[in-house]
Design a protein around this ligand. Structure first.
Ligand code: ZN
Length: 506
């Protein structure tokens, strides 16, 4: 290995170490930290942030990248380098450019606007007063356009923002996938709404925290979560965080009258953890940026594949349901496995994305993508967002928000400057369905194996085709290599139709 490459790895590992130390503090803050510790904890974290930032923008990195032939036009560097070295340079070039291309005054302006906009959003939301938030959103859009111009001069701004969250994606690529998906979801939803609703009332029977904790621990074992390399704790909003190469923490919460919530959040977060723990780059690249996940949407594809495609299937519960009944006390007494599977797949249009089922979820995201695309291109004025939002809610989902609090003010993302972020939520589902479809055709008798309690073939397929190489490939390349074709929404549509025609009987 050339000495410049070795030095880059050394510098990158220092960033990774500090980043993981920061993650330990963040994890502790969310789980066990006593409330009065918050003041110094914030300072501790900010201090480490400062160190990480300095390390990320060090000019030595830029010099080393150039000396290895990596530039904006040729991020992978000299063609004489090994494939993993070239992949690594592409990852480093991307992060280095993102960290260094924004002028300091823009970074400060963005930070100030985010903090003002968040406060304004919280107040506007409480009063359901969109006009009070509108000036902040206008400013945020303007700054996002400036940011895009610095990161990708000459490129359409929305393309640059989308690529930030899902490397390699553009408005055209996402738009093409969503355009075919939208009509399919709307018509599937119409079919479902014409059928009698499934009964899921038993899912709100009481089940105490101790029982739910036992269910979660059991579920982690079922999914082959290595408890020597991670653990489960409780928080307000479940998440997964990586504290080290062999240390991935997951979290959940126990609601007495909604035990299925912790069950599925544990499966979801375990899916994230299995991905993190499955990354195995060549030895020389351990604990570098090559050993990180490929993108947020690829991450989400792993959590959702386990949660939905597997965890909400009849085959999965065939061998496991009796044990779940036992562990949940009286909650599932007298409920057949068939009724349980229907209940956990109930579809019901709602106003809020975070509560959406598998069918309506994508429609919430497509709505957001279309609005962002319109206001970024100047086709939609900020003042007209509430009306456009409500109109799309009614035409996609058949429900109209009674006020802006439950409409366009419902979540914090735009006030945080996360424009271009939403599509990755839906792309995760689409990647998952395409992996799932391919896996089923490559592994014969997979369903029978799952129904006999054997999940090993699923995990080894994912390890080989998705986890192992970490960030070496762009998301689009992972999909192409694993499934032999580009991302196509028809796999998701096929999966949904097969599942919901059974659940709702059409
Ligand atoms: Zn997730």
């Amino acid at each position: 290995m050339r000495k410049e490459m070795a030095r880059l790895i050394e510098l990158d590992r220092e960033q990774s170490l500090v980043g993981h130390i920061e993650a330990v503090l963040g994890w502790d803050q969310e789980t066990y930290m006593p409330v009065k510790a918050i003041e110094e904890r914030s300072e501790q974290i900010a201090f480490l942030e400062g160190i990480v930032h300095e390390k990320r923008v060090a000019s030595e990195i830029g010099d080393l990248l150039s000396s290895l032939g990596s530039s904006a036009e040729n991020p992978m560097g000299d063609s004489s380098l090994l494939p993993e070295e070239r992949a690594y340079l592409r990852v480093l070039r991307r992060s280095y450019d993102q960290e260094t291309k924004l002028p300091a005054d823009l970074v400060m302006d963005l930070a100030r606007t985010v903090s003002l906009a968040q406060a304004a959003w919280a107040e506007a939301r409480a009063k359901s007063d969109f006009p009070a938030f509108a000036p902040y959103l206008e400013k945020m859009i303007e700054l996002s356009k400036r940011k895009a111009a610095c990161l990708g001069p000459g490129k359409p701004p929305y393309d640059v923002l989308l690529d930030l969250y899902e490397p390699g994606s553009t408005e055209a690529s996402v738009g093409a996938v969503f355009a075919s998906l939208r009509g399919e979801l709307v018509s599937l939803l119409e079919k479902i709404r014409a059928r009698p609703q499934v009964d899921d009332s038993f899912l709100s029977r009481p089940c105490d925290a101790a029982r739910q904790a036992a269910i979660s621990q059991w579920m982690m074992d079922v999914l082959s979560f290595d408890k020597g390399a991670g653990r489960l704790d409780t928080v307000e909003h479940p998440f997964t965080t990586t504290l080290g190469e062999r240390d991935v923490r997951i979290t959940t919460r126990y609601l007495d009258d909604a035990f299925a919530s912790s069950l599925f959040s544990t499966i979801h977060e375990s899916g994230h953890a299995l991905y993190e723990l499955g990354i195995e780059p060549p030895n020389a690249f351990r604990r570098t940026k090559l050993a990180e996940a490929a993108s947020m949407a690829v991450h989400e594809s792993q959590s959702r594949l386990w949660e939905n495609m597997i965890g909400r299937s009849a085959s999965f519960w065939t061998p496991l349901y009796p044990r779940l009944q036992e562990l949940s006390g009286d909650a599932l007494r007298g409920v057949s496995s068939e009724r349980f599977v229907k209940a956990i797949n109930k579809v019901e249009p709602s106003l809020i994305r975070t509560e959406a089922d598998e069918v309506t979820y994508g429609l919430h995201i497509i709505l957001r993508f279309e609005l962002e695309s319109d206001f970024m291109a100047g086709r939609l004025a900020v003042k007209d967002i509430p009306a456009a939002w409500n109109e799309k809610m009614s035409s996609f989902l058949g429900v109209t928000p009674p006020d802006d609090r439950r409409g366009c003010l419902q979540d914090i993302h735009w006030s945080q400057g996360y424009i271009g972020y939403f599509p990755s939520y839906a792309l995760g589902n689409l990647y998952a369905a395409q992996f799932w479809d391919t896996m089923q055709s490559e592994l014969s008798g997979l369903d029978t194996k799952i129904a006999s309690g054997d999940l090993a073939p699923v995990l080894s397929w994912l390890r080989k085709h998705v986890h192992k190489d970490g960030a070496a490939w762009l998301p689009g390349e992972i999909v192409q290599r694993a499934t032999g074709e580009a991302l196509d929404a028809r796999h998701y549509v096929k999966y949904l139709n097969a599942k919901y025609s059974k659940v709702y009987g059409f």
